[in-house]
Design a protein around this ligand. Structure first.
Ligand SMILES: *[C@@H]1O[C@H](CO)[C@@H](O)[C@H](O)[C@H]1NC(C)=O
Ligand SMILES: *[C@@H]1O[C@H](CO)[C@@H](O)[C@H](O)[C@H]1NC(C)=O
Ligand SMILES: *[C@@H]1O[C@H](CO)[C@@H](O)[C@H](O)[C@H]1NC(C)=O
Ligand SMILES: *[C@@H]1O[C@H](CO)[C@@H](O)[C@H](O)[C@H]1NC(C)=O
Ligand SMILES: *[C@@H]1O[C@H](CO)[C@@H](O)[C@H](O)[C@H]1NC(C)=O
Ligand SMILES: *[C@@H]1O[C@H](CO)[C@@H](O)[C@H](O)[C@H]1NC(C)=O
Ligand SMILES: *[C@@H]1O[C@H](CO)[C@@H](O)[C@H](O)[C@H]1NC(C)=O
Ligand SMILES: *[C@@H]1O[C@H](CO)[C@@H](O)[C@H](O)[C@H]1NC(C)=O
Ligand SMILES: *[C@@H]1O[C@H](CO)[C@@H](O)[C@H](O)[C@H]1NC(C)=O
Length: 299
């Protein structure tokens, strides 16, 4: 006859561990959809009425796509993933400027406007590819801002794979707080001197470290491509100190602290205090390790 107690102990321990894993997964408001396709939707974001903190965090899950796709409100920007620490990833169109062998131009100016949130200045780089290339990024952040880069080369064997230092590929930073921009691409000589190995120029904003330049990108003609970019998000439109004055609207709940957004715009973020984990934007969202274990044992 085996000792039943010996068999039960591992089961109890297992249910305790399961509870830790399950507890950490409570990310959305009760009764709200937690995922769209394979993308998790943590509060303050939400899908549909009263699932998000405000209308700007109200995402749409479009089931016309398989798997379904998640979108930001007011537009067609897709959400690839959402980090609890104030970042999310989306896709933007690349601008291009192509020529045929007779010098006829085919071009596309790309533009993106955000209703809320900003393009991360620390996580993105404006990138241009080509050997007869002048690329501009023209944005608004209160005032109009223009920047860009130039890339020239006369021989494809001169370019260095993996390097965006101005020969076949160039990169530059963007300012803090950018919410809207347009990308325009031009050439000096309609690619006439380099056309055999480089008929097109491309320019786009993208997550730093993601794009790896290769000389083959100078030769290809790919006109409908998107690039992944990182956006900064924050709740409210005030500082932590101002937000704390009204506990009805203050977004950080118990066992969490407030910190200011780093993108140079108003707003703040919440983080669980040391020893707690979960979603600080939900009531009882930050749970201590001991609470997980307790729930497990009394389950
Ligand atoms: C969702 O699935 C796609 C393709 O299957 C994958 O590339 C992406 O990383 C996944 N995203 C998340 C948040 O798991
Ligand atoms: C959220 O978005 C859905 C679909 O776009 C819309 O029907 C609903 O009214 C929105 N709710 C809020 C609070 O903005
Ligand atoms: C979902 O996407 C399809 C295809 O792009 C579009 O026609 C439709 O309007 C979208 N539905 C919603 C609710 O946005
Ligand atoms: C394309 O280039 C022409 C000049 O050849 C310019 O007038 C036009 O605005 C450009 N179109 C786009 C969409 O960038
Ligand atoms: C760069 O990479 C491409 C494809 O990966 C290769 O064909 C080419 O020879 C490489 N160029 C140099 C200079 O290493
Ligand atoms: C970029 O691609 C080259 C091959 O063309 C590879 O050797 C290199 O490790 C890649 N660099 C990064 C940062 O992925
Ligand atoms: C800040 O947000 C609140 C609520 O969303 C709104 O009523 C108020 O007008 C906003 N203030 C500013 C300065 O944008
Ligand atoms: C706190 O915010 C709520 C909702 O916006 C508002 O009704 C209330 O008057 C505010 N309280 C204070 C003390 O400002
Ligand atoms: C928020 O919490 C995470 C995980 O504990 C930590 O890595 C990060 O540094 C914290 N951020 C801030 C601004 O305190």
């Amino acid at each position: 006859m085996p000792d039943l107690h010996m068999l039960l102990i591992p089961l109890v321990l297992l249910s305790g561990l399961e509870q830790v894993a399950m507890g950490a997964q409570i990310i959305s408001k009760v009764g709200c959809q937690e995922k769209c396709g394979n993308v998790s939707v943590p509060y303050p974001f939400g899908i549909g009425d009263s699932c998000s903190i405000d209308a700007q965090f109200n995402l749409t899950c479009n089931h016309s796509f398989s798997p379904p796709k998640l979108f930001l409100p007011h537009g067609n920007l897709v959400v690839l993933d959402i980090s609890p620490y104030g970042e999310l990833r989306t896709l933007v169109w690349n601008a291009w400027d192509c020529y045929d062998e007779y010098g006829n131009r085919f071009n596309f100016t790309a533009w993106t406007t955000l209703a809320r949130f900003t393009f991360s200045d620390t996580r993105n780089k404006f990138t241009a590819i080509g050997c007869d290339t002048v690329a501009y990024i023209i944005g608004t952040k209160g005032q109009t801002y223009t920047s860009g880069c130039i890339s020239l080369c006369s021989d494809i064997t001169h370019v260095v794979n993996g390097s965006c230092a101005g020969m076949g590929c160039c990169q530059t930073s963007i300012p803090k707080g950018l919410m809207k921009y347009e990308v325009e691409v031009y050439s000096f000589d309609k690619h006439s001197k380099v056309w055999k190995f480089n008929p097109c120029s491309y320019a786009f904003l993208t997550e730093e470290g993601l794009y790896n330049f290769s000389s083959t990108d100078l030769q290809t003609v790919t006109t409908a491509t998107q690039s992944r970019v990182v956006l900064d998000w924050a709740v409210g439109n005030e500082t932590c100190e101002e937000a704390k004055r009204n506990l009805t609207t203050y977004a950080c709940h118990e066992n969490s602290y407030c910190y200011s957004s780093k993108n140079g715009r108003p707003g703040y973020l919440c983080n669980c205090s040391d020893g707690y984990q979960g979603n600080p934007y939900l009531p009882q969202g930050c749970q201590g390790m001991s609470q997980f274990l307790l729930h497990g044992f009394f389950y």
